[in-house]
Write a protein that binds this ligand. Structure first.
Ligand SMILES: [Zn+2]
Ligand SMILES: [Zn+2]
Length: 504
């Protein structure tokens, strides 16, 4: 009898799945017809709009700073999974507070391409392989309305029905690239309202992603959304204080051209791209003074500082992989002392992606008081299923005890008999609120991020607002400095910076 019941249940379960799959196919078939996907092999469309600099907000509670998209063109070939995105960004009339190169001078042209597992950028006529972007860009094809419909039809889609904003809708789901669940919401008429997924992110884990499609227009016999509105992460502004406000990532409007089955949409992978390998993580160590090391070799440096009983590190940039590589090198330099402190200059994501790694290593975070509530969120266990990090797999005990932060307002001193580091707040900055610098009075060094980045590509540029604010703050604090140690670029004599900022 027991056995019979079991068999019956299994039968019921499998028949439910079949019905669901059939319903999903019916929803997709209708959408495919209405949105013109049936006969579509490729598509191109263009428009104008805006982009958000994700992870670069002025304060954690504010939205991503926006830039104008003065032109945008997307071409996709679905058979070969080729995509080309060409766009131009400018500052436009958007506020000039925040990171990500703001304020942008003139126009910046971008061309992003992908075909299968090969991704590359075009800089003028130069091909720049970016293998690390291939999966993301391929996924991006499935995150367009037409790509989703094609991908879902070819998979095992499921569907649920719900009532939202006064109408019945169907939410169809499938798993793309064996990893990413993508959902799309369809109206009864077969128009896609919304697409959502989660992207792996070194700061917030499985980061919520959605694009909302509205203002449908009939173009060449098919229905095409006239307005695309995209979010990366949440704005929790309804719960005050607003801890995390970044969300608007991309908006496309003024659709000027939609073409189906265009010539040349299938890309040829350039030879230098098919030959390219993923770049290795390099850590280049330079001793700046006795017991002070620059951990370079990438786009972002860290600085390791030895104290009597422990090590303090300035900056945990990028991601876990970078941070573990730097930490390994630090333990090679000093193998008997723990990393007790991680000094974080500011909350921008490219400077924050290794924070969880250092905290997992046992470090206490020294950061500006402004960041405290946001970092509590970052260090709390949101889901991290797409790319789990150590912090999510082996959650540290200390977190629940609540002594992870040293919050700085204007000045904080880290010192013992061997070493002294003064941490100061930078005032009046438009790049970010709550920017810290680390000053080593005995070594006459100041460690800073994004205030002065002496890279060859910056040599001919005039000083920007951050450079000038840094100069003003060095005057205000009256620090005795000989060397500037930047997070981006190589250590530079103070005299060179003074010349650069004063004479132009
Ligand atoms: Zn920054
Ligand atoms: Zn930076």
């Amino acid at each position: 009898m027991k056995l019979l019941t079991k068999t019956f249940c299994i039968f019921l379960l499998s028949s439910t799945i079949n019905v669901s799959a059939q319903d999903a196919q019916a929803v997709l078939d209708r959408a495919s017809r209405v949105m013109g996907v049936d006969e579509m092999i490729s598509i191109s469309y263009s428009g104008t709009g805006w982009v958000g600099a994700v992870g670069q907000n002025f304060t954690p509670s504010m939205d991503w700073p926006r830039l104008e998209l003065s032109s945008y063109k997307r071409t996709i070939d679905f058979d070969s999974m080729s995509s080309t995105e060409e766009f131009v960004i400018e500052q436009g009339d958007y506020p000039t507070r925040g990171g990500g190169g703001i304020p942008i001078q003139g126009q910046r042209h971008r061309t992003y391409k992908v075909k299968g597992e090969h991704a590359w950028d075009m800089q003028g006529d130069d091909v720049v392989p970016v293998l690390s972007q291939a999966e993301r860009r391929t996924l991006d094809i499935y995150l367009t309305p037409h790509g989703f419909i094609k991908g879902a039809i070819a998979s095992n889609p499921t569907v649920v029905r719900r009532h939202e904003y006064g109408e019945w809708v169907h939410v169809v789901s499938f798993i793309a690239l064996d990893k990413y669940r993508i959902n799309a919401t369809f109206s009864e008429e077969g128009l896609m309202h919304r697409i959502q997924t989660w992207l792996p992110n070194p700061v917030v884990g499985d980061m919520y992603y959605e694009t909302v499609f509205t203002n449908y227009k009939e173009i060449g016999g098919l229905q095409f959304p006239g307005r695309w509105h995209q979010h990366h992460d949440f704005d929790d502004g309804d719960s005050l204080p607003n801890v995390s406000g970044g969300d608007h990532a991309f908006g496309l409007e003024n659709i000027s051209e939609v073409k189906v089955n265009v010539r040349g949409a299938e890309l040829d992978v350039p030879r230098e791209v098919s030959r390219a390998d993923l770049p290795e993580i390099k850590v280049e160590v330079t001793e700046l003074a006795n017991g002070v090391w620059l951990m370079g070799g990438g786009s972002h440096n860290s600085v390791a500082i030895e104290f009597e009983k422990y090590i303090a590190v300035v900056e945990a940039p990028q991601n876990e992989a970078r941070s573990l590589a730097v930490i390994n090198e630090i333990y090679r330099l000093v193998n008997d002392k723990p990393i007790r402190y991680i000094i974080n200059t500011h909350h921008h994501w490219d400077h924050l992606g290794g924070l969880r790694t250092y905290v997992h290593e046992g470090a206490t975070v020294i950061t500006h008081n402004y960041n405290r509530t946001y970092y509590q969120e970052v260090l709390r266990a949101r889901p991290w299923l797409l790319e789990p990090d150590r912090y999510s797999l082996f959650p540290p005990e200390e977190w629940s005890e609540g002594y992870v932060f040293e919050a700085v307002v204007e000045k904080y001193v880290l010192a013992d008999d061997k070493r002294r580091v003064d941490i100061h707040n930078i005032q009046g900055l438009s790049h970010v609120e709550g920017m810290l610098i680390a000053y080593l009075p005995d070594e006459k060094m100041v460690i800073e991020a994004d205030l002065y980045s002496p890279r060859p590509s910056n040599a001919d540029r005039p000083p920007n607002a951050s450079n000038r604010t840094f100069y003003d703050n060095l005057q205000r604090l009256d620090l005795d400095v000989e060397t500037i140690v930047p997070i981006h670029g190589q250590p530079t004599p103070l005299s060179q910076f003074i010349e650069f900022v004063r004479d132009r």
